[in-house]
Design a protein around this ligand. Structure first.
Ligand SMILES: Cc1cc2nc3c(=O)[nH]c(=O)nc-3n(C[C@H](O)[C@H](O)[C@H](O)COP(=O)(O)OP(=O)(O)OC[C@H]3O[C@@H](n4cnc5c(N)ncnc54)[C@H](O)[C@@H]3O)c2cc1C
Length: 365
């Protein structure tokens, strides 16, 4: 096998000794489902991460990297090695003119990063406040809120090839960033992990207040800090805090329909909430689910959040079985009513990527 990892040494041995077996993931996912990882380790430096990947590769173990577990639907025990990303470090470079380049390690907390940039007076991330999770997971689904997506500020992504251990930078425009999507969820799923990101912010910038009623609740000339505070306030009013009520945020993506389908739906449902999106329209999935009568419904220990129908919550279940049933029921009823398919937003584990990973390892042998 032609691996480019350095040969094993004392450091690698120590890292391998830190790998634990059969660990509950209940505190590593915000739904708090209590499935187990076959092997489990925390990567707090790039060298540790390389050593972990080399170990997994040597024993042909699948690898799953997780951050804050706030966009996961774990529905079974996870085979192979689960690595929690705790890579830390923030480096800011001020350029002449208006630009700031921030290089941020993937295990940094996203909201703390946003708060740090707002306190510095740098524009660009304020609308993305209070999104849980890590910096490294942000490009995976191209996080977005209040009209801003990470792709609007992302310059480059540093990745590690989980098979070769090579570390390199990829330009953001090559990452396939789209609505709640990227190549990290698709063709790079079984090969690349994100180790850092480079973000471009502005010392003087324009505030975007046209989404989610922000401008109605802000003073006429709001400051950067006003916007950050308002985003935090509105989100806290609408969304359950995963620390007190287990959830993974929006459970469904907003479905995208053609102009024709939108016209038909709008004629039948004049109050339909929708936004222009590329050649068609994005429908508010929360509105569709709410109108189908689901808001606040409870079902065997899980349910639909009473203040926001897009959020499914777990009151007490240790397994994902009831949630999967609830998901299926909601999808069916929305389809029956509007002829629209809802797509899940959180990533399900275990996933089919393991099969791809095993195939890749076989190919290298
Ligand atoms: C209350 C609440 C509100 C939310 N609001 C929003 C919102 O407004 N907008 C939005 O877009 N999302 C939102 N989310 C979803 C979630 O917070 C984001 O998707 C976040 O980026 C997930 O980060 P994480 O570290 O928790 O990722 P995890 O859940 O740990 O992982 C998510 C996926 O990314 C992969 N992954 C994680 N780290 C890496 C890495 N370094 N390299 C490669 N792959 C990796 C994982 O394998 C998994 O497939 C919300 C969630 C909650 C609970």
């Amino acid at each position: 096998m032609n691996m480019r990892f350095s040969s094993r040494d004392c450091f690698s041995q120590n890292v391998e000794d830190s790998i634990q077996k059969n660990i509950s993931l209940a505190t590593y996912n915000t739904f708090r489902f209590a499935y187990r990882a076959e092997f489990f380790a925390i990567a707090d430096s790039l060298d540790v991460l390389k050593a972990l990947l080399a170990w997994a590769s040597r024993f042909k173990h699948e690898v799953t990297m997780i951050g804050g577990g706030s966009n996961l639907l774990i529905s079974g025990d996870v085979k192979g090695l689960v690595i929690v990303n705790r890579l830390t470090g923030i480096n800011a470079r001020e350029h002449s003119g208006n630009l700031i380049s921030l290089t941020v390690a993937a295990g940094e907390n996203w909201h703390q990063l946003v708060e740090f940039t707002v306190n510095q007076g740098w524009f660009g991330l304020e609308n993305l406040a209070l999104i849980p999770g890590t910096v490294g997971a942000a490009p995976v689904q191209n996080i977005g809120a209040y009209g801003v997506e990470i792709k609007d500020v992302l310059a480059r992504v540093q990745v590690i090839n989980r098979l070769s251990g090579d570390v390199y930078w990829v330009n953001a425009r090559d990452c396939g960033l789209a609505y709640r999507d990227s190549h990290f969820k698709g063709k790079w799923l079984s090969t690349l992990l994100i180790t850092a990101v480079e973000i471009s912010l502005k010392k003087q910038g324009r505030l975007l207040l046209t989404y989610g009623g922000l401008s109605d609740r802000l003073p006429a000339q709001p400051s950067l800090k006003n916007v950050f505070d308002m985003v935090c306030q509105v989100r806290s009013e609408k969304l359950p805090d995963p620390k007190t009520l287990a959830n993974a945020g929006s459970f469904f993506k907003n479905p995208i329909v053609s102009q024709d389908q939108h016209e038909v739906l709008k004629a039948r449902f004049p109050n339909l909430v929708s936004f222009r999106f590329e050649d068609g329209f994005k429908l508010a999935a929360g509105w569709l689910i709410d109108q189908a009568g689901w808001k606040g419904k409870q079902f065997h220990g899980v349910g639909v959040y009473e203040k926001q129908a897009l959020v499914l919550v777990n009151y007490k279940d240790e397994t994902a079985d009831s949630l999967l049933l609830l998901e299926a029921e909601i999808k069916q009823s929305v389809y029956d009513l509007y002829g629209v398919n809802l797509e899940r937003e959180p990533v399900q584990l275990p996933s089919l990527m393991y099969l791809d990973h095993a195939t890749n390892l076989e190919t290298l042998n």
